[in-house]
Design a protein around this ligand. Structure first.
Ligand code: C5P
Length: 224
């Protein structure tokens, strides 16, 4: 393994950004993910020599330098299909996307009109968990998840690592300063048997540190 290119010859699939769940042709349910962290990780992985497939939800971000393939999607179901199509050939899957937990049960092909009947009641159904689905595959890539938590970061992250059967999980504390949509971030990295804090830094810097850790753990599990 070259120290300059620790992911040379390694195929990495990364999902990033939010998903939008359409209600009707003009309305959707979304979230505040900017995609910046995922795009920074994609750039750092490419710089480390990886062949990167970046699956992006609706974001306003240019494709980073060195990305082999970018697939743009909108909804969680589209993201799932794109990930499952790409992940069979992947050595590492990094799920940074803020996939919407729910989608609207009945999409209305016509704009829902305001009327005397009052506000519509939206029925929501759960979206598939893309990360857990990839982790349940056999054979499977080295699987890295993300978790945005507002409290009890370590406990929730630890539970998620075990529940979703992940190789690594990067957890961040979401508040006004760091986390979703912000330029800086701090991460607690956990894996079965250990943890490490990557201190607050601009997302691109943090992404390089994270990719170095992922490469080291991936090679420790999968000797070349
Ligand atoms: O359970 P929670 O949504 O906090 O887990 C976050 C992790 O799971 C992230 O890595 C996210 O990309 C992934 N996830 C997913 N599909 C979902 C929900 C979350 O891949 N439907």
């Amino acid at each position: 393994m070259s120290p300059d290119a620790p992911l040379a010859g390694v195929k990495v699939v990364i999902d990033a950004g939010p998903t939008y769940e359409d209600i009707d042709p003009v309305r959707f349910l979304g979230n505040r993910s900017s995609g910046k962290m995922g795009f920074a990780i994609a750039e750092a992985a490419a710089a480390a020599g990886a062949a990167v497939t970046l699956i992006a939800g609706p974001v306003a971000l240019a494709t980073p330098t060195g990305i082999a393939r970018r697939v743009d999607v909108r909804s969680a179901l589209q993201m799932r299909a794109a990930v499952l199509e790409a992940v069979d050939a992947a050595d590492i899957f990094i799920a940074t996307a803020a996939v919407a937990d729910w989608r609207v049960a009945g999409y209305s092909p016509r704009k829902i009109k305001k009327g005397p009947g009052g506000a519509p009641v939206l029925e929501l159904i759960e979206n598939p968990d893309i990360l857990a689905e990839v982790a349940a595959r056999d054979p499977r890539p080295f699987v890295v998840g993300f978790a945005a938590e507002t409290d009890h970061v370590h406990e929730h992250a630890q539970a998620k690592l075990v529940r979703k059967k992940l190789d690594m999980l990067a957890a961040n504390h979401v508040d006004e300063r760091v986390g979703i949509g912000a330029d800086d971030n701090e991460l607690e990295l956990i894996w079965p048997g250990g943890s490490e804090t990557l201190p607050r830094a601009p997302k691109r810097e943090l992404a390089r540190a994270l990719v170095a850790r992922i490469a080291a753990h991936y090679h420790a599990r999968t000797p070349a």
